[in-house]
Design a protein around this ligand. Structure first.
Ligand SMILES: Nc1ncnc2c1ncn2[C@@H]1O[C@H](COP(=O)(O)OP(=O)(O)OP(=O)(O)O)[C@@H](O)[C@H]1O
Ligand SMILES: [Mg+2]
Length: 276
């Protein structure tokens, strides 16, 4: 399972040649991508506001009302996925682009209304279309893998409790790292490689040389304070996947020439279980 971060932009395609090499070796590969940065760009292009909400615990996340979810879906499925799929096709990889909703693959439950801060004002937000993943059905990706395809999957997820005929999309925004981790666990993946625009977890976010090379996932809490907002979610997710039994979990740098093979060879931050 290879997750390419939306933060990588055009660099997302750097992983493609590696994917070809892995497929040639006979490995089954699933690609998950994020797209937060593209959604922000698209919102600006369309003149749509982008808003964030801050939860009581201080966690900041995207405020995904129906209009923002539209932009997110357009960005992820309309802008980011097609060039990723066609790049893989050009390399001879039989890539298939999917969202979490396809085949009922990734199901989420809507986050309940919360008392949060939006634009400096505390209020209860009821129209946020974000959710937590509640179930994963790996039948579709397994079927595709068995037939020699490489699924290229991204959020959003499917909300089975969305009202039929309400005009809504029936989709929910979910975190792309979580999405990849849940799929990795459901598919019993040997590797979960999360590529982003940093070398891995850094002790000092401004210093690429301060990389933490290895983290025992039982001791994750000690490392969470090192990470700022978005990296914290990533690290927590990686820890959960490691504890859930994914044997190799790596937070790697997606910007180099051979990012997947480098991560497999030990570059980046590796999470290990039972090291103590
Ligand atoms: N201690 C840290 N070490 C490394 N990165 C950190 C740290 N603290 C905060 N960060 C930030 O976390 C960011 C990576 O998370 P981000 O969600 O932006 O990327 P992504 O997950 O690749 O993209 P997407 O969510 O769109 O898929 C880095 O760009 C960096 O700025
Ligand atoms: Mg992220």
């Amino acid at each position: 399972m290879i997750k390419v971060g939306g933060s990588l932009g055009a660099d997302m395609s750097r992983a493609c040649a590696d994917i070809r090499a892995l497929v040639d070796r006979g490995d089954s590969v699933v690609v998950v991508h994020g797209g937060g940065a593209e959604a922000d760009r698209l919102a600006d292009e369309l003149g749509r506001p982008r808003r964030y909400l801050t939860a009581p615990g201080g966690r900041r996340s995207r405020y995904t009302d129906a209009a923002a979810l539209d932009v997110l879906v357009l960005g992820m499925l309309g802008r980011l996925k097609p060039p990723l799929v066609t790049e893989l096709l050009r390399l001879g990889v039989r890539a298939v682009g999917l969202s979490g909703a396809d085949g009922g693959m990734v199901t989420a439950r809507r986050t309940p209304p919360a008392n949060v801060v939006v634009d400096g004002v505390r209020r209860v937000v009821r129209d946020d279309l974000s959710g937590r993943i509640s179930a994963v059905d790996a039948h579709l990706p397994r079927t595709l893998l068995a037939a020699g395809y490489v699924p290229v999957i991204s959020p959003p997820a499917y909300d089975p409790e969305s009202e039929a005929g309400s005009g809504g999309s029936g989709l929910l925004n979910v975190d792309a790292d979580r999405f990849a981790a849940h799929l990795a666990v459901a598919l019993e993946a040997d590797w979960l490689i999360i590529l982003s625009n940093v070398p891995g977890l850094l002790r000092d976010a401004g210093d690429p040389a301060s990389l933490v090379a290895e983290i025992p996932c039982e001791d994750l809490a000690e490392y969470l304070d090192l990470a700022g907002g978005r990296m914290k979610v990533k690290l927590r997710t990686a820890g959960e996947a490691c504890l859930a039994g994914v044997p190799h979990v790596v937070l790697g740098d997606g910007r180099g020439p051979s990012p997947v093979l480098a991560a497999r060879a030990g570059a980046g931050t590796t999470l290990v279980k039972g090291a103590r």
